[in-house]
Design a protein around this ligand. Structure first.
Ligand code: FE2
Length: 300
């Protein structure tokens, strides 16, 4: 993850899993997970919340500092234009998976599994649990947007819990204090509860901080069912799907669809294991599944 040319500003994390490991500490797997799952624990105290910050690795802390400092309204608009406004290359889904697999972690003491291994683990657990084929496919591709790292984007503009820009920051957002250094904090247009948005206007009209979720959503949006698109687009929106901190920006459809995002989140966070998926055995199933929904090549 840390190419020799990268500056500390672009890659404070040794690997992207450090962010995901932090999420798992903050949101431990609840008893009875994947069935009857409750998004928000009303008993959770602010004190507990602060502990996640105190216990975070310095690299994770620095990652959030940069993310909160630089993800401004203007930055997100510029990145949307840069990556959604025009496409860079043509690749099949499988070629994109292999491309993502060239993202090699600097050091990951826990595992030597690749990005593709992790995605297959997620998809296979969804498959074992008997979910629809589009759901399995969503598990396979949900992190493909991380190829942004291979385009040279800094970690804090690829991963991280996403949050709306253009309105006040919820205090449920981890390391909230780092927003003090975000220039938007001094812009009164962006610092009211609603900011530039209207009550209940719907998430489609809300701009979230920029990252891999929005990128893969735009690539997949013509091909997958709406439930899948919500999973892709909002899987890192923890302040929304785990903290329920932005219900006032959602419409009724968003609120209903968040249940799918929460179901997906269980697989996203809790299916990583040390067992390497048997790629040779699985490939025919996934080739067929990809061909069922996607054209032979896509624009990335
Ligand atoms: Fe992700």
């Amino acid at each position: 993850m840390k190419p020799a040319t990268s500056s500390p500003d672009s890659a404070p994390l040794d690997n992207l899993e450090e962010w995901e490991d932090f999420l798992k500490e903050r949101y431990p797997e609840p008893a009875g997970a994947k069935s009857g799952f409750k998004a928000t624990d009303p008993e959770k105290k602010k004190e507990q919340f602060r502990n996640y910050e105190a216990d975070a690795r310095p690299t994770v802390r620095e990652f959030y500092r940069l993310n909160h400092r630089y993800q401004t309204w203007d930055f997100v608009q510029a990145k949307r234009e840069e990556f959604l406004g025009h496409r860079r290359r043509k690749m099949s889904i499988w070629e994109a998976l292999e491309y993502l697999n060239t993202l090699v972690d600097d050091s990951d003491p826990d595992t030597d599994l690749s990005q593709l291994d992790h995605l297959l683990q997620t998809a296979e657990q969804i498959r074992r649990d008997g979910h629809p084929r589009w759901f399995i496919l969503t598990g396979l591709i949900h992190d493909l947007g991380k190829i942004l790292c291979l385009y040279g984007e800094p970690q804090w503009a690829v991963v991280g819990d996403t949050f709306p820009v253009g309105c006040a920051y919820s205090d449920t957002i981890v390391f909230h204090q780092f927003f003090a250094d975000n220039p938007d904090i001094n812009d009164p247009r962006y610092q009211t509860r609603l900011g530039v948005y209207e009550e209940g206007a719907g998430l489609d009209s809300v701009t979230l901080s920029w990252g891999h979720d929005e990128y893969i959503y735009h690539i997949a949006k013509d091909y997958l069912p709406e439930e899948a698109l919500y999973m892709l687009r909002y899987h890192s929106f923890y302040p929304g799907h785990r903290e329920s901190a932005y219900d006032f920006l959602m419409n009724d459809k968003d609120k209903a669809m968040m249940d799918w995002v929460r179901t997906f989140n269980q697989y996203d966070l809790y299916t990583k294991s040390h067992e390497r998926p048997d790629l040779k055995k699985l490939r025919p199933f996934y080739d067929e599944l990809i061909a069922e929904y996607f054209p032979a090549t896509l624009e990335w």
